[in-house]
Design a protein around this ligand. Structure first.
Ligand code: GCW
Length: 654
């Protein structure tokens, strides 16, 4: 194995040399003991240790007040600091594990921690989905939308023999509270389908590498498995033979992996098989799998990413943004309890800026899982430094029913999932700073109210230590990076404008005459997609109030989403006071200037961080700057030529 540059939890902590006592018996407590030993703590067997882990029920013995531990759930913990001693009272063994990582976080920060920290995850399901292929796919490679090398699980057609890297990964994930990992791509090709059957012994080895860190393994499966693997003539979910096939397959999986998490399914989507072929709907399909899994405690994550990807661009009625709602909202209430309908945060596809998907508030009687994308498919392929936590916070903070209603984080009751961004790259994520996104995702899945800047502080301290210049510099690079990326790419929520297939770099009309349903309709007079109820596709009407009216009207639609909802003339004036065309020019010039500033900030950190890491980031940054210029010039030129309206400030456009 090539050397791995660790992510967080790398450095020495001031805990080295301290004594530790862990009370209780459980394999997760053994993990705490082993990890603490690795961090230089010394185990002792008396009550005098510096750091004590104790079941909540016995915490009184260490003078921890009942109020701090009352009702702690299985993953909850309280850290109490008294007289130079730290006591972690845990609800269950997983709570001890998460408590240990809290202690490490606090130690890395070198700041005075509060006397008591009580912590429980906001949601039970905190998942990462890998889009890793077993065999190298001719177009998509080893990892679909992966920008960090090969897969840590698979190598050219098989599960890796050496899973040391997976063990390290699992520990890093435990440190951010992730407890479920789906190991393979939702596009399940013929080779990958066999993970469910022939490969079970090897999959069980991966599960064994994840288990010590409290992580359950999930598999993406093909809906057509009974045909692909079982030689059956059909995969009809209402067919008794098909149901029996799944029952047996699932029983087999649990024989090999007793704590198996369940299935992730992409059905009737972008060419994947599904229930539509048999005239059945998605509830029929999902429930059939759910019933096979239920006796074993397994779950089905059933994706709502269903739309017509063979659309005719001439047809202005069909709107891809509407599709998930049209398919799924009518099924609300019909899904079994162990089905989670997994919905991408926006109605299209992980764009830099989209409104929140209306499917999530529409399905009040369904456990909806919010799906985010950590891998930077549409945000610069881990060549651009783009910190996504601010975007995720906006999504999580969205109140679908208005100011008095709950946040999206509460409405999506089925937990959180996100597409992973790591690979076998020496820095795990290609761009070393992209590690911050993985870190932030885990922390927000645990507590969606954490401040992105505070999360970044944690990551910096755990990864680089407490040097103030490093901390300031990385904040300068990352804090506003999402808005910077938005500034120099597709304007005002219009989406796409990327190169087809790989999705990197500008191509204003790349998808304009394609079957994928992602259009912007720019002509000489204006741009944008009319999704109003009054004159457009009606998508705005899929929202509950107040949003349906807010998005419907030009008077109230937020500037950043204007072109997602409306087709307007270039001379239309935004709430900001600028015209659309001037906004396009200004933001693209500003965006590039901001990237130039970021490059300078990073250059100033030479010598303050490891040289090789500095080189890697610098190399990515030259590409980020080149790419930002390319975006600026193509977008500005395109709209100058279309509109014939000059830049008020007379800057150079081609
Ligand atoms: O974002 C798109 C990607 C596909 C992906 C699909 C999905 C796994 O371009 O590569 O397929 O979404 O989410 O299923």
């Amino acid at each position: 194995m090539t050397s791995i540059h660790p992510m967080w939890l790398t450095g020495d902590t001031p805990l080295r040399g301290r004594t530790l006592q862990v009370m209780g018996e459980h394999r997760l407590l053994d993990s705490v003991r082993a990890d603490a030993a690795e961090h230089g703590l010394r185990h002792v067997d008396d009550d005098g240790a510096d750091l004590v882990f104790v079941p909540a029920a016995d915490a009184g013995r260490f003078a921890v007040a009942d109020a701090h531990v009352d009702g702690l759930g299985p993953e909850g913990f309280a850290v109490a600091r008294t007289d130079g001693r730290t006591v972690v009272a845990y609800g269950g063994a997983a709570g001890a594990l998460y408590g240990w990582f809290q202690v490490l976080r606090d130690a890395a920060a070198h700041e005075d921690a509060p006397p008591v920290t009580r912590c429980e995850p906001e949601r039970e399901l905190r998942m990462l989905d890998h889009w890793d292929n077993v065999a190298v796919h001719p177009v998509m490679g080893q990892v679909e939308r992966g920008y960090a090398g090969g897969s840590i699980f698979f190598d050219d057609g098989r599960v890796r023999e050496d899973l040391t890297r997976v063990e390290r990964y699992a520990r890093l994930l435990a440190a951010i509270g992730i407890n479920r990992v789906a190991i393979n791509n939702v596009n399940v090709h013929a080779r990958e389908a066999r993970l469910l059957t022939d490969d079970l012994p090897a999959v069980a080895r991966i599960a064994a590498a994840l288990r010590p860190w409290g992580i359950r393994l999930h598999l993406s499966v093909s809906f057509a498995s009974p045909m692909l693997l079982g030689g059956m003539p059909t995969a009809d979910p209402l067919d008794a033979g098909v149901q029996q096939w799944w029952d047996a397959a699932v029983a087999h999986v649990y024989g090999a992996i007793p704590d198996f998490g369940g299935f992730v399914v992409k059905a009737d989507s972008e060419g994947q098989p599904g229930p539509f072929a048999y005239g059945r709907d998605h509830a029929d399909g999902a429930n059939m799998l759910a019933r096979a899994l239920a006796p074993h405690g397994g779950l089905v994550h059933w994706r709502a990413f269903v739309y017509n990807h063979r659309q005719d661009w001439r047809d202005r009625k069909t709107d891809r943004a509407r599709a998930a709602y049209d398919h799924f909202a009518p099924l609300d209430g019909r899904f079994d309890d162990n089905v989670l309908v997994q919905v991408k945060y926006g109605p299209l596809d992980f764009q830099t800026r989209e409104p929140v998907s209306p499917v999530i508030p529409a399905m009040r009687d369904t456990r909806v899982t919010l799906e985010l994308q950590v891998t930077q498919e549409y945000t610069g392929h881990q060549r651009h430094a783009v910190y996504l936590a601010p975007q995720w916070r906006e999504i999580l903070d969205f109140r679908p029913f208005g100011d008095d209603g709950p946040r999206l984080a509460e409405v999506a009751r089925g937990g959180m999932a996100a597409v992973a961004n790591v690979g076998d790259d020496a820095y795990w994520t290609g761009h070393p700073l992209a590690q911050a996104n993985l870190y932030a995702y885990g922390r927000l899945a645990w507590d969606s109210t954490l401040d992105p800047a505070v999360i970044l502080d944690e990551w910096i301290a755990l990864t680089f230590g407490t040097d103030a210049a490093v901390r300031r510099g990385i904040h300068a690079v990352l804090d506003d990076s999402w808005l910077t990326y938005e500034a120099h790419t597709a304007p005002l929520g219009v989406c796409f404008m990327v190169n087809p297939h790989h999705h990197y770099g500008p191509s204003v009309d790349g998808y304009e005459y394609s079957p994928w349903g992602t259009y912007h309709f720019a002509d000489r007079d204006g741009i944008g997609v009319d999704r109003t109820v009054a004159t457009g596709t009606g998508f705005a009407g899929q929202y509950p109030e107040p949003w349906a009216s807010t998005y419907e009207s030009l008077d109230t639609v937020p500037d950043e989403l204007l072109l997602f909802f409306h087709h307007v003339p270039y001379t239309h004036r935004l709430h900001s006071g600028r015209t659309v065309i001037q906004h396009i020019y200004d933001t693209h010039f500003e965006g590039v200037q901001r990237v130039e500033g970021v490059v300078a900030e990073w250059a100033a950190l030479r010598g303050a961080v490891d040289d090789a890491l500095h080189d890697r980031v610098s190399e990515r940054m030259s590409e980020q700057l080149r790419s930002a210029l390319e975006w600026r010039d193509q977008i500005n030129t395109y709209f100058l030529r279309k509109s014939g309206i000059a830049d008020e400030r007379g800057r150079e456009i081609y």
